[in-house]
Design a protein around this ligand. Structure first.
Ligand SMILES: Nc1nc2c(ncn2[C@@H]2O[C@H](COP(=O)(O)OP(=O)(O)OP(=O)(O)O)[C@@H](O)[C@H]2O)c(=O)[nH]1
Ligand SMILES: [Mg+2]
Length: 234
C-alpha cells in the first residue's frame, strides 16, 4: 500500500528535523503542510524535500488553520497516487513507530485511529488536559453516535477511498473540531473503523497551538452536528 503522511506544521522548527527522519524510517512518503511559520519551519522542510524524494512541502501564505491544512495535505497525497493517508502531529505526541501497526490494521479497516482510549492505549497528559479530552470524547460519542473510543485523535490513517467518499467539502470547522466533523461524515458512509492503541506523550519541544477558544468552538461544532443528526440532515 502506498502511504503518505500529512504533517501539518506551525512553528515546529525544533521538531521537524527530528520528526522527518523518524517518519522516513517507516514505509511512507511525507507531505509537510506549513503555514508560513515565522520560525522558519517551512525552509527546514523545503531543504529536506530537496535532498529526499519521499518528502514534499505545501507552503501556505499564513496560519490558515489545522482543518484546511489537513485538506491541502489530502489533496496533495491523492493527486500523487497515495492509497492511504496518515495524519500525525509534528510534536512527537504521536510516535511514528505506530505507523506500521496502523498500516497493518488498514488491511481490514477503512479508517484507523491511533487511539489513546482503546485498551492498551495511554495518555501522558496532565490531569486538566486529560479531563478535557475525556469529556470532549464522551460528549462527541454520545451526541453524534460515533463508535470509536478516541474520536478527537489527530493520529489517523484514512484509506484513499475513505477520503474520496467522505463529503469533506461539507466540513465547516477548521481547528481541532475538524477531526470530530471529519469522523462524523466519514462514519456516515458506512466505513469500517479500527483503533490501534498508542502511548500518547505530551509535547516536549515547541509550544501548543491549541487555544481556550478551541474548546468553545469544539462544543459549537458538536452542537451544530447534533442538531443536524436530530433533524436527519447529517
Ligand atoms: N499548517 C498548520 N499546522 C497547524 C496549525 N495549527 C496547529 N498545527 C499543527 O498541528 C499539530 C497539532 O498541534 P498542537 O499545537 O500540537 O496541538 P495539540 O497537540 O492539541 O496541543 P499540545 O498537546 O499542547 O501539543 C502540530 O503539528 C502543529 O504544528 C495551523 O493552523 N496550520
Ligand atoms: Mg500536540
Amino acid at each position: 500500500m502506498r502511504v503518505t503522511v500529512v504533517l501539518p506544521t506551525y512553528n515546529e522548527a525544533e521538531n521537524v528535523p527530528l520528526m522527518l527522519p523518524a517518519l522516513l524510517e517507516q514505509p511512507v512518503s511525507v507531505v509537510v503542510v506549513d503555514d508560513n511559520s515565522p520560525d522558519g519551519t517551512g525552509d527546514i522542510a523545503e531543504a529536506w524535500a530537496r535532498r529526499e524524494p519521499r518528502v514534499a512541502v505545501v507552503r501556505r501564505a499564513g496560519k490558515l488553520g489545522l482543518g484546511t491544512a489537513y485538506v491541502a495535505g489530502f489533496n496533495h497525497a491523492l493527486a500523487h497516487g497515495a492509497e492511504a493517508v496518515i495524519t500525525i502531529d509534528a510534536d512527537f505526541s504521536h510516535n511514528p513507530r505506530y505507523i506500521t501497526p496502523m498500516i497493518a490494521a488498514a488491511e481490514h479497516a477503512d479508517l484507523v485511529i491511533g487511539s489513546r482510549y482503546v485498551k492498551g492505549g495511554r495518555v501522558g497528559y496532565p490531569f486538566h488536559r486529560r479531563f478535557l479530552s475525556r469529556t470532549a470524547n464522551f460528549v462527541a460519542r454520545t451526541a453524534l453516535g460515533l463508535t470509536p473510543l478516541d474520536c478527537t485523535a489527530g493520529f489517523r490513517l484514512y484509506r484513499a477511498e475513505t477520503l474520496r467518499k467522505t463529503p469533506i467539502d461539507r466540513i465547516r470547522s477548521n481547528g481541532y473540531s475538524f477531526l470530530v466533523e471529519m469522523l462524523t461524515y466519514a462514519q456516515r458512509t458506512g466505513i469500517r473503523v479500527a483503533e490501534v492503541p498508542i502511548d500518547f506523550v505530551d509535547r516536549a519541544r515547541g509550544v501548543s497551538k491549541i487555544s481556550s477558544a478551541e474548546i468553545g468552538k469544539g462544543m459549537g461544532t458538536v452542537g451544530r452536528l447534533f442538531l443536524r443528526r436530530l433533524t436527519g440532515r447529517l
